[in-house]
Design a binder for this molecule. Structure first.
Ligand SMILES: Nc1nc2c(c(=O)[nH]1)N[C@H]1C(S)=C(S)[C@@H](COP(=O)(O)OP(=O)(O)OC[C@H]3O[C@@H](n4cnc5c(N)ncnc54)[C@H](O)[C@@H]3O)O[C@H]1N2
Ligand code: MOO
Length: 393
């Protein structure tokens, strides 16, 4: 299969980005999920006529002096006759007795024993929130496709909702490959490197609200790689790091083939991240990401994150490019799609000095990736550029 361009790769991925099924979740577990249906108010808010202030509930226009015959505080439910010039002491949030229509704030009365005298008469119905003032029963209170944020979650809780129907999140498995990989805690042996791709992937996904279900490590060995992939294929999305180039010990491609994962594309005309592989077996979408840490991270941002957002949110597959102005210049004689670490401020993009593909150092400092299309060979100071925001959380 021939090498694809960045836009061909995105378009092929988008064709396989089908929404995950809807699932009912306890409201408190729904943070970060997307609603799979509109939600209608099961009750009105407020659900009863409610006092907005501390004061006295009266029947408007009855008198200027009232006899206080009782009290209604938040949570109380008691009716009062409210005959003639009778008032009820009332507190903020309390139910206004059925026969009262107005609440006089306590600052505007003079109380002597059980009597009050109104010094400044409010307007009729003042300080009484009618039933359904904010939301009427049956109103749409949240739209399908909305992301559940903390405030929406709290708003829905105010209606007594216990469960919501949301689009499920993918089960994600990560496998990192390489004999050289070492875990922190022991001195580096000659030829070894500390594992960072799996850790960075897990953190990037967690930041975006996608927990990794399993993170495993495998040696550069055909049988072990095939076995690890076979086990991981029950995930919705499998991410593999390393071993996808053409070296003698790069076994990922053959192990994917041995497992019957159909290749959708291999190799993208881009830098970094050329040896990216994408395929599918049944419901499982597989990305074999290049092992160089910056190549892995760029491919994750550019291809994997849009896919995850689409399948767990409904809506469209989107590559969220923004437009800015280049503060500097760059040469792209190689004719590849380029992703360059940059610092963006007020729409101005400065390319960072650190662009090496074998370290995450550049990405750690950047807040943007400038995207230069294959056909663009040179850009100068003040030219328009496209960029992708990163590290935004
Ligand atoms: N003859 C060719 N050689 C290479 C090509 C090519 O087209 N022809 N492509 C180069 C490009 S571009 C990249 S990117 C790499 C990708 O190779 P692999 O995906 O097979 O990755 P590895 O060889 O396993 O590792 C590359 C590099 O990254 C380090 N690495 C890998 N995994 C991790 C990890 N989890 N944590 C930290 N560091 C990791 C690994 O030690 C290597 O240094 O191939 C080029 N070669
Ligand atoms: O993708 Mo590679 O990172 O260009 O070395």
């Amino acid at each position: 299969m021939k090498m694809v361009s960045v836009s061909e790769a995105l378009s092929l991925i988008s064709k396989h980005a089908q929404d995950l099924p809807a699932v009912k979740l306890p409201l408190r577990e729904s943070l970060g999920y997307f609603l799979a249906e509109d939600i209608h108010a099961p009750i009105s808010i407020p659900p009863f006529r409610q006092s907005a202030m501390d004061g006295y509930a009266i029947r408007f226009g009855t008198a200027e002096s009232y006899e206080v015959v009782g009290e209604s505080k938040a949570g109380d439910f008691r009716e009062f006759g409210m005959e003639g010039a009778e008032a009820v002491r009332i507190l903020t949030g309390a139910r206004v007795p059925d026969l009262a229509d107005t609440v006089v704030v306590q600052e505007n009365i003079c109380r002597e024993g059980s009597k009050i005298r109104i010094q400044r008469m409010p307007k009729p119905f003042a300080n009484v929130r009618p039933i359904g003032e904010q939301v009427k029963q049956g109103d749409r209170i949240a739209k399908k496709g909305t992301k559940v944020n903390a405030h929406l979650l709290g708003f829905l809780a105010g209606f007594g909702l216990e469960e919501v129907l949301v689009i499920n999140k993918p089960k994600i498995t990560v496998i990192v490959t390489g004999n050289e990989l070492q875990t922190a805690g022991s001195p580096l042996r000659p030829g070894g490197v500390y594992e960072c791709n799996g850790i960075a992937m897990e953190a990037t996904l967690a930041e975006a609200g996608f927990p990794v279900a399993s993170l495993g490590q495998v040696e550069d060995e055909q049988f072990a790689t095939t076995k690890a992939i076979a086990k991981a294929l029950e995930a919705d999305v499998l991410l593999i790091s390393g071993g996808i180039s053409t070296g003698d010990y790069d076994f990922v491609k053959t192990a994917l083939e041995a497992n019957g994962v159909a290749e959708i594309f291999y190799q993208v005309n881009q830098k970094p991240g050329r040896p990216l592989w994408f395929g599918r077996k049944g419901k499982t979408l597989v990305f074999a990401l290049p092992g160089n840490p910056a190549a892995m991270a760029v491919c994750l941002q550019v291809y994997v994150m849009p896919l995850l957002r689409k399948i767990s949110a409904g809506g469209d597959f989107s590559f969220d490019l923004e437009k800015g102005i280049l503060f500097g210049d760059l040469d792209n004689a190689c004719g590849k799609g380029r992703f360059l670490c940059a610092s963006e401020e007020s729409g101005m993009l400065r390319l960072l000095g650190q662009q090496a593909c074998n370290t995450l150092g550049g990405l750690a400092q950047a807040n943007a990736l400038v995207y230069v299309e294959e056909s663009v060979s040179q850009l100068g100071f003040g030219d328009k550029v496209q960029f992708l925001r990163i590290n935004r959380w």
